[in-house]
Design a protein around this ligand. Structure first.
Ligand SMILES: Cc1ncc(COP(=O)(O)O)c(C=O)c1O
Length: 357
């Protein structure tokens, strides 16, 4: 957080607009929407609420099927369950770690019940192959929801991701590339924007009274946090540069020990987290994580595929083990934009010590 963020929050507080409505929300939404050619943005209190609204607006109801990348964060499956619908997990491809369009295509060709929607995550900031995924989905009339929670600033052919599918979502949670401490956004068409705001503000249809015709949600972002978002968004490009520098340095120094994902042609990753997989079969990722912990270096495993969690054990998985293999060998290295050179040097040295011991 710089002085710019503090000033903007103070200005927003001084304006008296401390509700989930106000000029900072409008400004934040306009600034975000400039990144998308013909889409609008609705700011919400989390990326999870954005995913939930996207499903509701896609018409997903009890008993419907929704395809979900297995290799992602739990929110993607949880929102399907909120609707009483059934998540069906799809494996990743090796070169982006994102939803495999070939497995998707085989599934759609064979399934007894077509899904209403697909949630595709752009994992760790690497774009999924949207052209292929959208082409397959459209052939079966399936709605595509892009989960760009981790991928603000990532692009395909110089276009921000999140606008290629029918809906996109962003997260501004504390660990994301820009943050409002907690928050998110739905990327949708102009026609869908007012419906999304209606649903996100308890679906009140009254003007000077409360009049509800359907169930609504309390999902709107606070105007105070939108102020923080405006200032953070101004710094997005510098954050992406820093994340990419961190990635390049790890890759340059640790290439002998790990495989790092390359960007496919015309893809631009925001490198939100530097992730990589062990080259050597005999090495154990948990042993490295525990060793680094002892050096006071916090690392994490990559996301555990959703189909391996107890919460989703009743739902099916379609694939051939790619995301499980990445999970077994993968690690997220310290990648905060506050990481200074000496700290990164220490991380690199410690990792080399472990491999050479
Ligand atoms: C891939 C992915 N999807 C969805 C979410 C949910 O966003 P939020 O935490 O803002 O609800 C997150 C992260 O938190 C995420 O990493």
């Amino acid at each position: 957080m710089s002085e710019e963020e503090q000033k903007k929050v103070q200005q927003t507080l001084a304006s008296g607009w401390v509700a989930p409505a106000g000029p900072s929300i409008d400004e934040f939404e306009e600034n975000l929407a400039r990144r998308y050619e013909s889409r609008e943005v609705v700011t919400l209190n989390s990326g999870t609420s954005a995913l939930h609204l996207a499903l509701i607006m896609s018409g997903v109801e009890r008993g419907d099927h929704v395809l979900v990348s297995s290799f992602t964060f739990a929110a993607c499956a949880n929102v399907v369950c909120y609707q009483g619908a059934i998540p069906i997990f799809i494996d990743s491809e090796g070169d982006t770690w994102n939803l495999d369009s070939k497995i998707l295509s085989d599934y759609l060709a064979d399934c007894d019940q077509l899904p209403k929607a697909i949630i595709v995550t752009h994992l760790f900031g690497m774009p999924a192959k949207m052209d292929e995924i959208v082409k397959v989905a459209k052939a079966y009339n399936v709605i595509v929801i892009e989960d760009a929670a981790e991928a603000l600033g990532a692009k395909i052919n110089e276009k921000d991701i999140g606008q290629i599918g029918d809906f996109g979502i962003l997260s501004f949670n504390g660990n994301k590339i820009i943050t409002t401490s907690g928050g998110g956004s739905l990327i949708c068409t102009i026609e869908e924007k007012s419906r999304a705001i209606h649903l996100a503000t308890q679906a009140n249809s009254g003007k000077n009274e409360y009049d509800h015709h359907e169930v609504g949600y309390n999902y709107r972002m606070s105007n105070v946090l939108a102020g923080l978002g405006i200032a953070q968004l101004n710094r997005l490009e510098s954050f992406v540069d820093k994340k990419r520098q961190i990635f390049d340095r790890y890759k340059g120094e640790l290439n002998d020990y790990f495989d790092f994902l390359e960007e496919p042609t015309d893809f631009f990753s925001n490198r939100w987290l530097t992730t990589c997989t062990l080259k050597e079969e005999r090495r154990e990722i948990m042993a490295l994580i525990q060793f680094l912990d002892k050096q006071n270096i916090e690392t994490r495993r990559v996301w555990k595929p959703l189909h391996l969690h107890q919460a989703y054990r009743d739902f099916s998985f379609h694939g051939n083990g790619v995301c499980e293999e990445i999970f077994n060998k993968g690690i997220c290295l310290p990648s905060g934009t506050g990481l200074i050179n000496d700290q990164q040097e220490y991380v690199i040295k410690s990792i080399k010590t472990w491999f050479q011991s």
